[in-house]
Design a protein around this ligand. Sequence first.
Ligand SMILES: Nc1ncnc2c1ncn2[C@@H]1O[C@H](COP(=O)(O)OP(=O)(O)OP(=O)(O)O)[C@@H](O)[C@H]1O
Length: 289
Amino acid sequence: MDKVYDHVQVLRGASFEVPDGAVTCLVGPNGAGKTTALKALGGLVRPDGGEVQVDGAAPGTSSFPLGHLGLVLGPDHWVESRTGFHSLKGLAMTSGVPESRVRQCLEEAGIAAVRDRKVRTYSLGMRQRLSLAAAMLGQARNLVLDEPFNGLDPEGVRWLRALLRSQAEEGRAVLVSSHLLAEVEDIADRVVVLTEGRVLAQAWTDDVRRSSGVLVRSGERARVLVLARARQWQVEEHEDQDTVLIDAEIEEVQKAFSQEGLSFTEMRQASRTLEDWFFHVLEEGGQES
Ligand SMILES: Nc1ncnc2c1ncn2[C@@H]1O[C@H](COP(=O)(O)OP(=O)(O)OP(=O)(O)O)[C@@H](O)[C@H]1O
């Protein structure tokens, strides 16, 4: 999908799938276009090119079935002078959801005790919980959440992780955006990396973690890189200056180090973390899947 705002291309052929029964995380730096992509999924932004389909229907059109998508756009989309209860009740009435479900969602989101307070008095975390309660109201088949961890306390983060997992286990397609991979690392089944409006990579997290390499810590970094280049090994450099992850068999690496007389303080088989993969993808700017 493409989107242009004021002559600036914000989405450039961004294409990704969000499978049922899984938590997909859309990650990327600030300004990458994540919110814009989510708004397009929610039918709030019309793409200038390409198309968006949710269960075969285009969001934002009259043929899009009510209750197909639960959308959380953030904690600042509420009318300040309304109570939490009335905010949700208003939404529930427009979508034929009974009041009992409103009470249940407020309870589940942990804000039943403040339901009669005006939103203006809510903390950031309470507003976020109200948004999450709203997304759950209609028990939609698809959930789209923009930065849902923002403002949540540690207990809230744990609750949200469990909630996302249970929603996926019930068969829903769950899409969560974040600019922090560490935040979603524990819950992502699938990750889509978006930068400058382009999808750089998308992968199942199990596949990423299965892909491994040889972790080498050596004070002779420059020589290690020269060796790797000569042997045509792929290398991921870590923030820690002395550490690299080499995509080769460990016996091969050991042999080459010994032949070249290279020293190391650590050499072991290691699996790639999601964060390693994320930064590698950003550095390479290429397509991995
Ligand atoms: N309504 C708008 N009018 C003009 N430009 C916009 C509009 N909405 C977003 N943009 C621009 O589009 C780009 C992408 O914004 P978007 O909010 O989609 O990014 P994001 O990845 O969600 O960022 P963040 O992680 O900071 O929330 C930014 O450069 C932003 O300034």
